[in-house]
Design a binder for this molecule. Structure first.
Ligand SMILES: *Cc1c(COP(=O)(O)O)cnc(C)c1O
Length: 383
């Protein structure tokens, strides 16, 4: 089944009423037909029919066999780190979502897990950093917010040579534009709050694996069942609804972003634009070899930090807000917003600085977006 079809239909099976969409099963528990018998549903922490439909659709779309729908992207990444044991070593990228750094440094480090941050644009570096204890390599491509590209196939090969897992945070593209499991990753996580939801109204995470019965899948199932981080039936239904338009949204986000990125390059206030769809992006060819779109995220630098901060005050249409991937365009200031708790030495290594802005290009008319950015940049530069 092709993506557009999987997104619209998922694994929907018609019930006796013929309902075209999955009902919201707001039931905490399920009546057993008889002693030692189950309908397949016993208790909604373990499985719920609305959530199961969403999970099956995600597994299909990610090209995996099993997926879990969780209460946030961080809940998904938490499950990934919970696969580690004391003494394990984990490689993380230098440029990544700040919440992942907080989870690693402030929570899991205290349980004896050793996190090391490396430049994942350089494939040869990862080989040198592998240890006997390396449990997993965790990647983000494109990375947040510097838009670095990591070679998924090459990283999977290195991980597997050393008996390690490759985990990909695929949030910036969604499975419509990139399928890490098909390129060798063992686990793919999404902050489904972003493109999968697409409307800035649900917090959700997903996690998918290639095989349904592997030790890895069983371990994750045990964690989900025991820790209870699942998505509610109502949110699962909203996510099923969102999924139906994922393809048209993601492609239009990318189309708008390409136009805005090219236009930003012409602005006198702008000094650098980071977008994998631009001809001079150093990771462009690699990105094209492992994805089917450039995404809707652009980072750019302006001449001074004062301009960067003033732009935020002059926006009219675009909202100064964290998050990304929704229909509404959002502009954020990573140094103080999404990456506030990031260790300074890491930030210094990636080029993230006080002149950087990150734009999540929404689905508004591109001319209106340019007009808003133009007036905000002009006012900010004059101030
Ligand atoms: C937002 C985000 C997360 C965290 O997801 P939540 O749904 O906010 O918990 C993780 N990774 C990336 C790349 C993100 O953008």
């Amino acid at each position: 089944m092709k993506d557009y079809t999987a997104e619209v239909h998922g694994c929907h099976e018609f019930d006796a009423t013929g309902a075209l969409t999955t009902p919201v099963y707001l039931s905490a528990t399920f009546r057993h037909p008889a002693f030692r018998q189950s309908t397949g549903y016993d208790y909604s922490r373990v499985a719920n029919p609305t959530r199961s439909d969403f999970e099956k659709a995600i597994a299909l779309l990610e090209g995996g066999k099993r997926a879990w729908a969780l209460s946030s992207g961080m809940a998904a990444i938490n499950l990934v780190f919970a696969l580690c044991a004391p003494g394990d070593h984990v490689l993380l990228p230098e440029d990544l979502y700040g919440g992942t750094v907080r989870l690693a440094n402030d929570i899991y480090s205290r349980y004896g897990i050793d996190f090391e941050y490396i430049d994942m644009r350089d494939t040869s570096l990862v080989e040198a950093k592998m240890r006997d204890t390396t449990k997993m390599i965790f990647i983000e491509t494109p990375s947040n917010p510097m838009m670095f590209i990591t070679d998924i196939r090459a990283f999977a090969a290195v991980a597997h040579e050393h008996g390690s897992l490759l985990v990909a945070d695929n949030t910036f593209l969604s499975p419509h534009a990139q399928k890490p499991l098909a390129l060798g990753a063992d686990i793919v996580v999404e902050s489904a709050t972003k493109y999968l939801c697409g409307h800035n109204d649900v917090i959700c995470g997903t996690l998918a694996v290639r095989d349904a019965d592997s030790d890895l899948a069983q371990r994750i199932e045990l964690l989900v069942k025991s820790e209870g981080p699942n998505l509610s039936p109502m949110d699962s239904w909203l996510m099923l609804r969102s999924l139906k338009t994922l393809g048209v949204r993601v492609e239009r986000h990318a189309e708008n972003a390409r136009a805005i990125a090219a236009w930003l390059l012409t602005r006198p206030e702008v000094t650098e634009v980071y977008y994998p769809g631009l001809a001079d992006h150093p990771g462009r060819a690699l990105h094209e070899s492992q994805s089917t779109g450039y995404g809707g995220m652009i980072s750019f630098k302006v001449k001074t930090s004062a301009i960067a901060q003033n732009v935020l005050a002059h926006l009219r249409l675009i909202a100064f807000a964290e998050s990304l991937g929704g229909v509404e365009s959002l502009l954020t200031y990573p140094l103080v917003q999404t990456h506030a708790e990031m260790p300074r030495e890491l930030i210094a290594r990636t080029g993230l600085d006080d002149r950087l802005l990150r734009l999540s290009v929404g689905l508004e008319d591109v001319e209106d977006l340019k007009e808003d950015l133009a007036q905000a940049l002009e006012k900010a530069a004059r101030a």
